[in-house]
Design a protein around this ligand. Structure first.
Ligand code: ZN
Ligand code: ZN
Length: 173
C-alpha cells in the first residue's frame, strides 16, 4: 500500500458508521487482510481513531492550521508507525512492509495506517481541498481533487439524492 491508499483508509474510517463489526469490515473492503480478522475489540479500538480523524478533517475543512496539526499529531503519537518487513504469507512469498506488527490485532495496523495516511494527505494537498458533504443527512468528509474545486457532495449518490429532492420541491411549487 502507498500513501494514497493509507489516506483512503483514513477517509473511509472517518466516514464509517462504526456501530457493528460488520460496519468496520465494510469500511475496510479494499483491505480484506485486515477486514477478515477484525473483531469487537478492533471496533472498540478504532472508534476513537475515527473520531480523531474527523477532528483532523473538520479542522482542515475550516482551514484551521493549528487544529489540523494538533489533532493529526495526537493521532500520530497514539498510533505510531512501527514498520515490519514481511517475506510474504503462505504460498504467496511477496515482500511487503506492514505499518505495525502484524501479530497485533488488526486495529493496531489500521490505526497507524490511517494516522499516517491523513498526515500525508495534508502534506500532499494542504488545506484547500477538504470538504464536507452538503447533503443534509450525510456529513461525510471528502477530498476534492477536481480542477475547479467545486465538489459539494461526497458521492454521486448524495448529489443525485439532493438534486432529485430539489426537483420534486420545484414541481410542488
Ligand atoms: Zn503481510
Ligand atoms: Zn454525502
Amino acid at each position: 500500500m502507498d500513501n494514497a491508499a493509507y489516506l483512503d483508509v483514513a477517509l473511509r474510517l472517518a466516514n464509517a458508521d462504526l456501530a457493528e463489526v460488520e460496519d468496520l469490515r465494510a469500511a475496510l473492503y479494499e483491505e480484506p487482510w485486515w477486514a477478515e480478522r477484525t473483531e469487537d475489540r478492533d471496533l472498540l479500538a478504532l472508534r476513537p481513531v475515527a473520531e480523531g480523524l474527523r477532528r483532523v478533517l473538520a479542522a482542515a475543512v475550516a482551514a484551521d492550521r493549528h487544529g489540523v496539526q494538533a489533532e493529526a499529531n495526537a493521532l500520530l503519537s497514539a498510533h505510531p508507525l512501527r514498520p515490519q518487513l514481511s517475506s510474504g504469507h503462505d504460498e504467496k512469498q511477496n515482500w511487503h512492509v506492514h505499518v505495525a506488527d502484524p501479530g497485533q490485532p488488526p486495529a493496531t495496523e489500521v490505526a497507524a495506517a490511517a494516522a499516517w495516511g491523513i498526515a500525508q494527505g495534508i502534506v500532499h494537498y494542504g488545506l484547500e481541498r477538504w470538504g464536507r458533504c452538503a447533503a443534509e443527512d450525510c456529513g461525510n468528509f471528502f477530498l476534492d481533487t477536481s480542477t475547479n474545486r467545486a465538489k459539494r457532495f461526497c458521492s454521486a449518490r448524495c448529489a443525485n439524492r439532493v438534486h432529485v429532492a430539489a426537483f420534486r420541491s420545484r414541481q410542488r411549487d
